[in-house]
Structure formats: structure tokens, C-alpha cells
Design a protein around this ligand. Structure first.
Ligand SMILES: *[C@@H]1O[C@H](CO)[C@@H](O)[C@H](O)[C@H]1NC(C)=O
Ligand SMILES: *[C@@H]1O[C@H](CO)[C@@H](O)[C@H](O)[C@H]1NC(C)=O
Length: 343
């Protein structure tokens, strides 16, 4: 044998011995607790009795067909873009549609079937839609006052309307140049607090949010941080979690949360990155951008699991969005890809 092969053999034996020595220390978890080893369930995480693992989210429908009449001109038609439904589903919850043009009595009954509500983006800022949104928002606050943990998520227009309602001032927003604008975020100290949207993000993603463009802003109105902080009603209710810059480098509040209520206002739209594909939409599509969508869904649904509401399963099933079929409106290459239409 050459010196080389002797060395190789020696090395191989050393490896074998090392591997054997390692072997003696390798135990399956079940082998460490012999008394438990018969029960295979010992490896499943115990569920938390304080959490609800079948959460349902109410989404308020928006006037129109969501496609400027390409899909439906029926009077009183309303829609929910399917991207919001997919967003909620991806977090592990189901959706019940709340129709903006149904009676307060019906809305109240449906709100007893859900564990949180979501307000979408859109264009309607007054009339029956605003009234319905205000009614649902007030009911959500009352549920929280009554001891439930009932989260509210307002995205883009939905968030801006919550700011207007809390401020009780129609002209509290200012114009910004932020239509279809991929953005980074400046996170404020409060973004780390328990119960904040960003607290649910993995650390590496949080770092990237401030340097990379992982979110999409798509709005013309917003509030400056200064105005939010100097408006007594707004500063009593909200704290700022994140700000961003528009195209003219004007700073606006991008995320705010209720100080005493699980209410989140978010001007950027997490559902777009993963679920809307209109060709002019500049939504970020990188893996990290998709993780932003997923982390946001995890946040919202984890808040809904804290709700103490335990509705009757059959009543929930009878009202789920699965009773409706989404319509593909994306063939024009613009607007929402799929919408649920309610005629
Ligand atoms: C709705 O009305 C517009 C304008 O008249 C028309 O172009 C469009 O085709 C109509 N949409 C449907 C679904 O009928
Ligand atoms: C928005 O910003 C772009 C790019 O800076 C600029 O060309 C455009 O005029 C601005 N729009 C408005 C309405 O100010």
C-alpha cells in the first residue's frame, strides 16, 4: 500500500468510528421519554385553549363591478376582489362577504358570525358605502369594548376612510403622488410592539423592508405624520408604525394601529404582491415580496384567532364566500384579476 492509501484507509476508519460514536447519542424524541413513546400524539403541539382555530373574516363589498362596467352594469352590483379573499385564506381563515347595501340588521347578524373585518381598497368615499363601513367599524369597536378581541384591517382606501372617521373630519387627508409606487418603509419604534403588524415579520424581512421596495403603494391621498400627531382625535386613537415617501419625497403615514383597539390602517396593499397581475400594476414579485404578503396574512389571522366569538358552524357555512363564484376579469390585462360579484 502506498502512503496515500494508508492515509485514506486510516481516515476512513476514523470517520467510521466517529460516526459510530455519534450513533450512540442519536435518539428519537420518543425514545427519550419511554413512558410516552406509545402515544404518537406526544409530538403534536398542544393547541392553546384561548385561541380559536376556525377564524372567519368579514369583508365589506364595494360598489360597482370592480371593472368599470366590463363585467356588470346591474344597478346595486357590488364586488369583493378575490385577491383579498385569497389573502385571508392564505393566513388560515375563511371569508363571509358583508354587503355594503344590506340592512344594518343583516350586517349585525353577519358580524356575529365573524372574528374580524377587512376593508378593501377602492374608490367610493361617500354615500351608502361610507355609511356601511362606518357602521361595521363602530360595531367592531363595540365588540372590543364588550371584551372580545375583534381585529379590523383597513387597506388603502379602507384605511384612509378609518382615519377620516376617527378624525371626524372629511378633509383631514392631503394629496400625495403615490399611484402604483413600489416603496420601502421607515419603521417606527412602535413597529416592534406586541400586536403590531410588523412584529409578526421575520427579522431579515423587517430589515429588507427599509432598504428594498417590497410593498406597493397605490393611492393619491394620505396623512402626514405631523398632522396625525397634532390632531387630538387621531393621536388619541392611533400610533404610527411606518411611514413612506411619495414620488416628490413627501412623507406620509403608511401604517398606523389603534392604541387601545386591534385596528390596523395600512396604505400599502399586501394582497397585490401575490394575487393581482394587472400589467400596469408595479407590485413587487420577489420571494421576499411574497413573504411580505404571507407575513401580513399571518398577522391578521393570528389576531382573529384571539377572538372569543364561537359562531354556529352551519350558519357560518351558509354565509361563506364559497356560496359565490369569482369571475375572471383580468383578461383585459388591467384591473382586478378575479372579482366576486354580488348582483
Ligand atoms: C356596461 O355599459 C358599458 C357602457 O354602455 C358597455 O360598454 C359595457 O359593455 C356594459 N357591460 C356589460 C357587462 O354589459
Ligand atoms: C408625480 O411624480 C412624477 C415623478 O416625479 C412627476 O413626473 C409627476 O408630475 C408628479 N405628479 C403630480 C400630480 O405631481
Amino acid at each position: 500500500m502506498s502512503n496515500d492509501s494508508i492515509f485514506s484507509l486510516f481516515f476512513f476508519i476514523t470517520l467510521l468510528v466517529a460516526a459510530n460514536a455519534e450513533d450512540e447519542h442519536i435518539f428519537l424524541p420518543s425514545q427519550l421519554h419511554e413512558e410516552d413513546s406509545v402515544s404518537s400524539s406526544s409530538s403534536c403541539t398542544a393547541t392553546d385553549p384561548n385561541l380559536y382555530y376556525r377564524p372567519v373574516i368579514g369583508i365589506l363589498s364595494h360598489p360597482g363591478d370592480g371593472a368599470s362596467g366590463r363585467l356588470s352594469n346591474v344597478t346595486g352590483v357590488s364586488n369583493i376582489p378575490a385577491s383579498y379573499v385569497k389573502f385571508v385564506e392564505s393566513g388560515g381563515a375563511r371569508v363571509i362577504p358583508l354587503f355594503y347595501n344590506e340592512s344594518p340588521q343583516k350586517l349585525t347578524k353577519k358580524l356575529d358570525l365573524v372574528n374580524g373585518v377587512l376593508f378593501t381598497g377602492g374608490w367610493a368615499t361617500s354615500g351608502p358605502y361610507l355609511e356601511a363601513l362606518e357602521f361595521v367599524f363602530q360595531t367592531a369597536l363595540e365588540k372590543n369594548d364588550g371584551g372580545d378581541h375583534f381585529p379590523v384591517l383597513g387597506l388603502n382606501l379602507g384605511g384612509n376612510l378609518l382615519i377620516k372617521i376617527v378624525a371626524d373630519q372629511a378633509d383631514v387627508l392631503e394629496t400625495f403622488n403615490a399611484s402604483s409606487l413600489p416603496s420601502s418603509l421607515q419603521l417606527w419604534k412602535s413597529a416592534n410592539d406586541e400586536g403590531s403588524l410588523y412584529q409578526r415579520f421575520p427579522l431579515d424581512l423587517l430589515t429588507q423592508l427599509s432598504t428594498d421596495c417590497l410593498v406597493l403603494h397605490n393611492h393619491k391621498y394620505a396623512i402626514t405624520p405631523r398632522k396625525l400627531q397634532y390632531n387630538r382625535k387621531l393621536s388619541n386613537f392611533f400610533e404610527i408604525l411606518a411611514t413612506s415617501n411619495d414620488r416628490d419625497d413627501k412623507i406620509f403615514v403608511s401604517t398606523a394601529r389603534g392604541k387601545n383597539y386591534p385596528v390596523t390602517v395600512n396604505l400599502w396593499q399586501p394582497e397585490k404582491n401575490a394575487f393581482e397581475w394587472g400589467t400596469s400594476l408595479k407590485a413587487p414579485r420577489t420571494e421576499n415580496a411574497i413573504r411580505v404578503t404571507q407575513s401580513s396574512a399571518n398577522f391578521f389571522v393570528s389576531e382573529a384567532r384571539k377572538s372569543s366569538n364561537r359562531p354556529y358552524a352551519q350558519e357560518v357555512r351558509d354565509n361563506l364566500i364559497y356560496n359565490y363564484q369569482p369571475t375572471y376579469g383580468g383578461t383585459a390585462g388591467k384591473g382586478y384579476d378575479q372579482v366576486y360579484l354580488f348582483e
